[in-house]
Design a protein around this ligand. Structure first.
Ligand code: CO8
Length: 257
């Protein structure tokens, strides 16, 4: 892979998009490499995945505009679909995913962050959907995930205006979970993954699946799914260990079984 690196830090993987001379802009190769890296990580099974951009200027400054300017409609559709498939590997991955946003997160960059479970932004991060200003639209899940996350009215305002917003504003509208100092997003994400990793890995995975289900189905069906996932965990050694450790007043040691 030329533009994506994976660094393993204990049981956490850091996926870095590294095309700094173009502010980490996404052309087809970069998107395919993200997908390939996520597929590899899914089989390796780290406890969490952090997604970030190389350098301090940009998380990802969007899809590569020059490459898109030469696309015919069918190529554009394929590009969008490849993007959707890569984002589904983040969104639907059983592993928790955290975006450490360290600069511009525009268009497709914002869409990568949206496909993660949790977003942490450095105070110099800038968010926005400039697509309509280019005569196109957010085609990597933005029109679908943004309204689900921040509600349709604010999502439409951001998409229709293309206005850029600061990390602080993004926090206010629930686009990011928290804002940290410049240069601190990756460390803050690491701290969060340490908190997550202390818990039962199967419990975290099934919680993610259940929370994701809430976005797709009605409440009754979602609750049925939750009850099934709850029951499934009672067949694991981790659940025995977690509940026994409470009784024995000690820290649990989870094996992910
Ligand atoms: N595409 C291609 N090249 C880019 C992009 C981009 N999105 N962003 C930056 N670059 C390049 C610049 O062209 C420049 O290259 P060069 O030195 O060869 O001219 C280099 O990166 C550095 O950028 P700037 O000189 O422009 O840096 P500035 O600090 O002056 O400006 C900005 C930074 C504000 C981020 C500016 O670069 C900018 O506005 N970039 C474009 C942002 C944008 O509009 N993003 C949305 C793109 S559309 C999109 O994302 C659609 C997604 C849906 C489809 C996805 C399907 C998979």
């Amino acid at each position: 892979m030329n533009y994506v690196t994976i660094q393993h830090e204990d049981d956490v993987a850091v996926l870095t998009i590294d095309r700094q001379e173009k502010l980490n802009a996404l052309d087809r190769q970069v998107v395919e490499e993200i997908g390939q890296a996520l597929l590899e990580l899914e089989s390796e099974g780290p406890r969490a995945i952090i997604v970030t951009g190389a350098g301090e200027r940009a998380f990802i400054a969007g899809a590569d505009i020059r490459a898109m300017s030469m696309m015919e409609p069918l190529e554009a559709k394929r590009f969008s679909e490849i993007g959707h498939a890569a984002m589904a590997l983040l969104d639907r991955s059983p592993i928790p995913t955290i975006a450490a946003v360290n600069g511009y997160a525009l268009g497709g960059g914002c869409e990568v962050a949206l496909a993660c479970d949790i977003r942490i932004a450095a105070e110099n991060a800038t968010f926005g959907f400039p697509e309509v200003g280019l005569g196109i639209l957010p085609g990597m899940g933005g029109t679908q995930r943004l309204p689900r996350l921040i509600g349709p009215a604010l999502a439409k305002e951001l998409i229709f205006t293309g206005r850029r917003i600061s990390a602080g504003e993004a926090r206010e509208i629930g686009l990011v979970n928290r804002v940290v100092g410049e240069g601190e997003a990756l460390n803050a994400a690491r701290e969060l993954t340490a908190e997550i990793s202390a818990n039962g890995p199967l419990a975290v995975r099934h919680s993610k699946a259940a929370a994701n289900r809430s976005l797709d189905v009605d409440l009754i069906s979602g609750l049925e799914y939750e009850a099934d996932q709850f029951a499934l965990l009672f067949a694991t050694e981790d659940a025995r260990e977690g509940m026994n450790a409470f009784g024995e007043k000690r820290k649990p040691e989870f094996e992910g079984r």
